[in-house]
Design a protein around this ligand. Structure first.
Ligand SMILES: [Zn+2]
Length: 474
């Protein structure tokens, strides 16, 4: 299976992208170096130079304390050795775990890394999504405060999440996950032996994070048609190609962790990050399924529990989201919509959000953070009533478009089975019970300002309790 667009193609890749509808004007090869190769570890000194780093200056290697293996040898000491032998001044900068025993992307972690940065230094992130996001955002904030731009290279240690090529940083603010504008890396290095050495759960999580597309692309289209999201374009779909077919063909290679399997998955993950960044929004890869996952994170975070692997959790919420689309596409009757009843007033919704999130965070902070975002969506929904009326009028066309963008639950299950990924919330670490998942299913739309199918169902007073029972039963 060849990809429509291969990020290993260097400038040719970027030239092909620039011709796509929706490609941002004036954005020239934002990540000029992306390599997916065997033994790329030993090319790191050359990649740093190409990224603009100066060997005479310190090279800050941002990582956590998790031991990692590459061909049965410890990875992190090898990286420092490769750099120092080539004459670089590599200095390890460690992100420390918090009370849950995990490192999370939050401002204290970002500030702690930023305190080590200095003008002229290069930043090399060695890790999976969280470490790369922390290093990226620390470099971004440093750049903004000091002017200039630190050379920033990502050495991706797992195919776990579509974050490595993104210019945004998902960050916990008052316990709620928010996407902050950040920067691109100058280079992405995918050493195939390192990726194959990552725990397999991380690899299957990377597949899971991308399955979001079968819900989120439909949500994005929906929000656009309802007048709620002007960023929509075909760019993301064209970039990703026929993702379900690619996954089913590549599943055996991913499961066996062959070099080819690792390279294809790493490239898809890179494309997923670019799909978001080039669309100036996470929307193409983050819809109802991601807000459900963020709500589960909020429940875990407020209970002081460690977070489950992001992509594994997203795969499961994507199953729910895909199921919701199936129901909606099969059952929706525009003639039955009572339009006047679809516009709840702000005071009523604020009260709902307050009381809902008080259960999770008695301080009220999480509820306030959610309302601050939600109120914008609600005001916009009121203002865009003509778009909703037009949408109802033109339903057959939109139904066809949404059907083409989404996939039935069984198709996603087929991919999860083929890649030996968990298919139930009981299989997550830590797991969630039905009550917790139900909370996320019903309340996720209250979490943020982006409209998804979950919002539309609330506004239309769809019987969501009945829908939940059906979706939970599978
Ligand atoms: Zn994600």
């Amino acid at each position: 299976m060849t990809l429509n667009y291969d990020p290993a193609d260097g400038l040719r890749f970027w030239q092909a992208l620039e011709k796509l509808p929706g490609y941002p004007a004036g954005e020239h090869a934002p990540i000029p170096i992306m390599r997916f190769e065997s033994d790329l570890l030993f090319e790191l000194p050359a990649i740093l130079r190409l990224a603009g780093a100066d060997p005479a200056q310190p090279c800050l290697v941002v990582m956590d304390h998790t031991p990692m293996q590459r061909l049965s040898r410890p990875l992190k000491p090898q990286i420092l050795q490769v750099l120092n032998r080539a004459g670089w001044h590599a200095q390890a900068v460690y992100a420390e775990p918090d009370a849950t025993g995990q490192v999370h992307t939050d401002m204290p972690h970002i500030e702690a890394v930023k305190a080590h940065l200095q003008p002229g230094a290069a930043v090399l992130a060695v890790g999976s999504g969280t470490i790369c996001d922390i290093a990226k955002h620390a470099a971004f904030l440093f750049d903004r405060e000091h002017g200039g731009r630190l050379p920033f290279v990502v050495f991706q240690t797992a195919n776990s999440v579509s974050a490595f090529t993104s210019n945004m940083a998902p960050t916990f603010i008052d316990g709620v996950k928010r996407t902050l504008p950040s920067r691109y890396p100058d280079a992405l290095a995918c050493d195939l032996e390192t990726l194959a050495g990552a725990p397999y759960e991380m690899t299957s999580a990377g597949v899971g994070d991308l399955l979001a597309a079968f819900v989120s692309m439909a949500d994005w289209y929906l929000a656009h048609q309802l007048g709620m999201d002007p960023t929509y374009s075909e760019l993301a779909q064209r970039l990703m190609g026929p993702l379900d077919e690619i996954f089913l063909q590549t599943a055996p290679a991913i499961r066996s962790r062959s070099a080819q399997g690792m390279a294809v998955l790493a490239k898809l993950i890179a494309l997923g990050g670019l799909a978001m960044s080039l669309s100036h929004a996470t929307a193409p890869m983050s819809g109802y399924e991601h807000v459900m996952s963020h709500t589960l994170d909020l429940l875990a975070e407020s209970a002081g529990m460690p977070l489950a692997m992001h992509g594994t959790q997203v795969a499961l919420t994507s199953l729910l989201g895909a199921d919701v689309y199936e129901h909606f596409l099969a059952e929706f009757e525009p003639a039955q919509v009572k339009i006047d009843a679809c516009y709840p007033d702000a005071d009523a919704m604020q009260a709902v959000i307050r009381s809902t999130f008080l259960e999770v965070d008695p301080s009220g902070k999480a509820g306030d953070e959610c309302w601050a975002d939600y109120r914008q969506k609600l005001a916009n929904w009121h203002a865009q009533r003509p778009a909703f009326e037009a949408f109802l009028h033109d339903w057959p066309r939109h139904k066809a478009a949404l059907t083409a963008l989404s996939r039935p639950r069984h198709r996603l299950l087929e991919i999860l089975d083929a890649t030996a990924a968990p298919t139930t919330f009981a299989g997550l670490q830590p797991s969630f019970n039905a009550e917790q998942v139900r909370f996320a299913f019903l309340n996720a739309p209250l979490l943020r300002k982006r409209l998804t199918l979950g919002d539309l169902l609330i506004f239309m007073k769809w019987d969501r309790s009945r829908l939940w029972r059906s979706v939970w039963a599978g």
